[in-house]
Design a protein around this ligand. Structure first.
Ligand SMILES: [Zn+2]
Length: 279
């Protein structure tokens, strides 16, 4: 069953109410919230209509902040808890403490710089990251109440940001990989993610030749399954396969619901992944 389940808008009349996908299987963990936003609702104008959550895509700043505030409100979280990074398609992991709480909510300048994974063991921090085709990775360690959220495009996948996040959680909180739950969110699917052999060879360094991970398409081209590759990297790093959830949504196939960088040729907005735990 699709783990990212749609939370409908409060009412038909609230057409701007944010359309959010809740990571349903984790609602069994008390105080935990995890999910992914869609493009539905919100006040951004085309081509970033409507619920764009990112400030770096040329959208009206006021509209983006209003969209973010609406999402926080829909989740029942104070906007002051919203904490995010300037993502750079790398693999640097930053630990978020009470000192970093709220960074990046209102501006790019105030965001945690140069990071593609955020981890924390402090409650009441809402980790946020932004996506349009790249793969959102979620980690939860119930033993230490610790969270991790990562951004894995093909570069982040090649840099194994999943492994780096797991390693950072182990170093910071004593997280055992076998205690972790993980989830892989909506992202571009193997149906749509065609690359050349240069990209394929960079991504598949530590990944076996297997039809699960890539399939040949046209001459010299391949279609990569970034979600399956990240699942493989998570398992390799010690997470139990039975504890990994994976979304079936392809962002590029469903531009009615999602922004897609590839399908919309770069002229689009960003969804957000969120992960937080209340005290
Ligand atoms: Zn697709």
């Amino acid at each position: 069953m699709e783990p990212f389940a749609y939370r409908t808008a409060a009412s038909e009349s609230e057409r701007r109410a944010p359309g959010l996908l809740n990571m349903a299987p984790w609602s069994r963990f008390e105080g935990l919230t995890a999910g992914f936003s869609t493009r539905l609702g919100g006040g951004s104008l085309p081509p970033r209509d409507g619920l764009n959550t990112a400030l770096h895509v040329g959208d009206d700043e006021k509209a983006v902040i209003a969209n973010r505030r609406a999402i926080a409100e829909a989740l029942g979280w104070p906007f002051e808890a919203w904490t995010c990074a300037e993502q750079v398609h790398g693999s640097r992991v930053v630990r978020v403490t009470d000192e970093e709480r709220g960074m990046g909510g209102l501006s790019r300048e105030s965001a945690i710089q140069d990071a593609d994974a955020l981890i924390t063991d402090e409650p009441d921090i809402l980790l946020a990251m932004y996506f349009a085709d790249c793969v959102p990775l979620y980690f939860y360690d119930p033993e230490h109440g610790a969270l991790g959220l990562a951004h894995a495009g093909w570069k982040g996948t090649a840099a194994d940001v999943a492994k780096e996040t797991i390693r950072a959680m182990r170093d910071a909180f004593g997280t055992a990989p076998s205690d972790l739950y993980a989830s892989i969110g909506p992202a571009i699917g193997v149906c749509c993610f065609e690359v050349d052999d240069i990209v394929k060879n960079r991504v598949l360094v530590d990944v076996p030749e297997d039809a699960r991970f890539h399939v040949p398409s046209s001459e010299g081209k391949y279609r990569l399954n970034l979600k399956e590759i990240n699942k493989h990297l998570m398992i390799k790093a010690g997470i139990l396969p039975s504890r990994i959830e994976m979304s079936g949504w392809c962002t590029s196939c469903s531009t009615d619901l999602f922004f897609s960088h590839r399908k919309e040729r770069g002229q689009t907005g960003r969804m957000m992944s969120w992960l937080g735990k209340k005290k």
